[in-house]
Design a protein. Structure first.
Ligand code: HEC
Ligand code: HEC
Ligand code: HEC
Ligand code: HEC
Ligand code: HEC
Ligand code: HEC
Ligand code: HEC
Ligand code: HEC
Length: 446
């Protein structure tokens, strides 16, 4: 049935004027001044469909070798399903021909990571989408393709994994209007025909305040402005509801071990599967903190049950840290990278009483962007990324106070649940999505 999409594209291209064209012209690609414009296609106006769809084997005959008679009549293969893991090349994904290091678009396209575009991070580590996926961690495009193909009806085996999250015919230029989500670039996988975030009911404000919770945007510039637009709005009314977006796939029904699969394993997960994300109950989601939480600004400024957005901690495409953890959070770069091996325990052997145990505190580089470490309490830089005060309620053993009451949130005698010698055990033995009842602690630790 390979000719079916080809035929429908052909008919639409011939009889332009259907509903798609209005929203297409307002889209990033259809825009007559910013839209698609392949250098080899000089006869076609900017924004013309033919910059992506070719009706003949070749229009101008320049590279790449046209695959126009293929599934969607695109100028190159849509996605290389033989590539089950990175590193990606430009020929692995149709989008990378323009959104890659050597772009076919006239004058090229610059796309930074989320940390820079919406978080104001100083140093750019990538400036195009392909390079964003070719980092230490990334959304595996084959796994997205496989998952979307099994899950969403619009998505076919010939589809491109990028279109699970972006509809190339309606996506807008959010980067040019970071504080105005009517310019959103994303679509819910389960509602591919519409944009996500353009209606006010599709924003972080609606997910939180309207339901009795609090959203506090991270700082963009310390003490003066907030994500995503370097202005004074901080209540999430100016950004898409990224929780509903990400949990369209990462929820409790698409769960271990049935559907969401990956190429990773971490405690206490089974090899190859991702844990389900239960944002209705996790503490960074709608679940409440126990009350004694010690946060930095701007979080300490606001009251209520606070909800954090997935993109306050994660990148959407890829990151120099493990599991898409942003390189910049709440206005500052992390001190160092957080690797998968070691800092994020790759299996239970890194946790106590196991042979290859090793304590690793590097996950703390992320936590201390928002939570008070010992340095934030005692103003001594020697105590950066030391976490004694919050785990021991500032007891005598931390060396700052003389009181020995109200010790750890643990059964006090269980020192070796957290310590092997004096070193604390790897943070992710206890702090990971949906962590509950870990190491003799009753309740949630994430
Ligand atoms: C899991 C969902 C997801 C997948 C898969 C995905 N993206 Fe994105 N993409 C996002 C989100 C979320 C953003 C940030 C929000 C925004 O820019 O409005 C984004 C932003 C973008 C941007 C704008 C970047 C900027 O300059 O701010 C481009 C371009 C883009 N994606 C292209 C792609 C391409 C090409 C692929 C496939 C190789 C892809 N995306 C795969 C979710 C996704
Ligand atoms: C930025 C490149 C790009 C531009 C410009 C573009 N398309 Fe597409 N189009 C695609 C891709 C990629 C697909 C395949 C979607 C998938 O992977 O499932 C597609 C698929 C389609 C389909 C198949 C059904 C669907 O929506 O998936 C039709 C019909 C279509 N395009 C029509 C058009 C028309 C008409 C225009 C101009 C008004 C246009 N396209 C402009 C990239 C583009
Ligand atoms: C022919 C070149 C070309 C191809 C192929 C192409 N794009 Fe684009 N894309 C553009 C241009 C040009 C822009 C707007 C330029 C800019 O934003 O600076 C754009 C913008 C975008 C945006 C808006 C991002 C933002 O916030 O600014 C998204 C999302 C996007 N593209 C996704 C895709 C996806 C997904 C594919 C593959 C299905 C794709 N593009 C293929 C040229 C292309
Ligand atoms: C279209 C479905 C889909 C959407 C939407 C989606 N994901 Fe994923 N995600 C997957 C799949 C499938 C995997 C497993 C493949 C892999 O390991 O990358 C995954 C893996 C991940 C991983 C683990 C990556 C690693 O290095 O092991 C993280 C973190 C993640 N997603 C975060 C997010 C965030 C944040 C969002 C929202 C911006 C999001 N996801 C949206 C499907 C999705
Ligand atoms: C407070 C920061 C933070 C927020 C907010 C956050 N995450 Fe994470 N995420 C992490 C950390 C730390 C890890 C590594 C520990 C682990 O694997 O759970 C992680 C890991 C993941 C993984 C890989 C999990 C696995 O099975 O190994 C996925 C998928 C993911 N996050 C998705 C999401 C989604 C979806 C959201 C929003 C609903 C979200 N995250 C919000 C910090 C965060
Ligand atoms: C053996 C389990 C365990 C290990 C390992 C562990 N923690 Fe904790 N942590 C806890 C418990 C239990 C709490 C209290 C949770 C509560 O109050 O509900 C906590 C609380 C926290 C909090 C929230 C503090 C607040 O503001 O209330 C942070 C941040 C934190 N830990 C960071 C870390 C870091 C960083 C590491 C690694 C250096 C680490 N933890 C290692 C068990 C652990
Ligand atoms: C982007 C900011 C941000 C980051 C980064 C962050 N947190 Fe949090 N954390 C919060 C907020 C806000 C709350 C309060 C949630 C509420 O009010 O329910 C919280 C609450 C918690 C709690 C609940 C404490 C209690 O008393 O119940 C724990 C445990 C926790 N965080 C652990 C961590 C760990 C471990 C890390 C690092 C892996 C981390 N957090 C990173 C913002 C963050
Ligand atoms: C909830 C987990 C947890 C439990 C249980 C726990 N600790 Fe700790 N402890 C920590 C963390 C985390 C630190 C901070 C270490 C760091 O950041 O260097 C710490 C720090 C310390 C320090 C200071 C070490 C240093 O020089 O930085 C001492 C001493 C200590 N703990 C003793 C104990 C004793 C004795 C027990 C049993 C009565 C105990 N701990 C139980 C988590 C725990």
């Amino acid at each position: 049935m390979r000719w079916l999409p080809f035929l429908s594209i052909f008919l639409i291209l011939v009889f332009i004027g259907s509903g798609v064209t209005g929203s297409y012209k307002e889209s990033a690609h259809g825009n007559s001044t910013e839209g698609v414009n392949r250098s080899s296609m000089s006869g076609y106006s900017q924004g013309n469909c033919a910059h992506c769809h070719e009706m003949h084997a070749s229009i101008e005959g320049s590279e790449p070798e046209p695959a126009g008679v293929g599934y969607f009549a695109l100028f190159a293969d849509n996605f290389n399903t033989a590539k089950t893991t990175g590193t990606y090349d430009q020929s692995d994904n149709f989008c990378f021909y323009c959104h890659g290091p050597s772009s076919l678009q006239v004058n090229g396209i610059t796309n930074y990571d989320y940390s820079k575009t919406f978080g104001g991070a100083n140093n750019a580590t990538v400036n195009n989408i392909m390079d964003a996926f070719n980092q230490a961690s990334y959304h595996n495009l084959y796994d997205i393709w496989d998952f979307a193909n099994k899950t969403f009806s619009f998505f076919t085996s010939g589809s491109n994994p990028c279109v699970a999250c972006h509809n190339p015919h309606i996506a807008k230029r959010n980067k040019a209007n970071p504080g105005d989500p009517t310019f959103t670039a994303i679509s819910l996988p389960s509602d591919h025909g519409n944009l996500w975030g353009d209606d006010s009911s599709e924003r972080m404000y609606a997910y939180t305040y309207a339901a009795g919770y609090t959203y506090q945007a991270p700082y963009y510039n310390s003490n003066s402005s907030y994500e995503p637009a370097d202005d004074t709005t901080y209540d999430g009314s100016n950004m898409p509801d990224y929780v509903t977006f990400c949990t369209d796939c990462h929820n409790t029904s698409n769960q271990v071990p049935s559907q969401i699969l990956g190429n990773i394993s971490r405690p206490p997960r089974t090899t190859g599967y991702l844990i389900s994300i239960d944002w209705d109950n996790e503490k960074h989601g709608k679940g409440a903190a126990d009350g004694s939480v010690s946060l930095k600004n701007p979080y300490s400024n606001v009251s209520g049950n606070k909800v954090v957005s997935c993109l306050d901690c994660h990148e959407p495409h890829g990151a120099p840290n493990a599991v898409l953890i942003r390189r910049e959070v709440n206005d500052s770069l992390l001190e160092d990278t957080i690797p998968l091996d070691g800092a994020i325990a790759t299996n239970d052997n890194y946790c106590p009483s196991k042979p290859s145990y090793s304590g690793d505190k590097r996950l703390g580089y992320l936590c201390r962007r928002c939570h008070k470490d010992d340095n934030a309490f005692d103003n001594n830089t020697l105590h950066e990324n030391r976490w004694c005060i919050i785990h021991h309620n500032d007891s005598k053993k931390c060396g700052y106070s003389s009181s020995e009451v109200d010790d750890a949130p643990y059964v006090p005698q269980n020192c070796d649940e957290c310590h092997q010698s004096k070193q604390p055990i790897t943070c992710t033995c206890c702090h990971y999505h949906n962590a509950q009842n870990v190491h003799n602690f009753t309740g949630r630790t994430f």
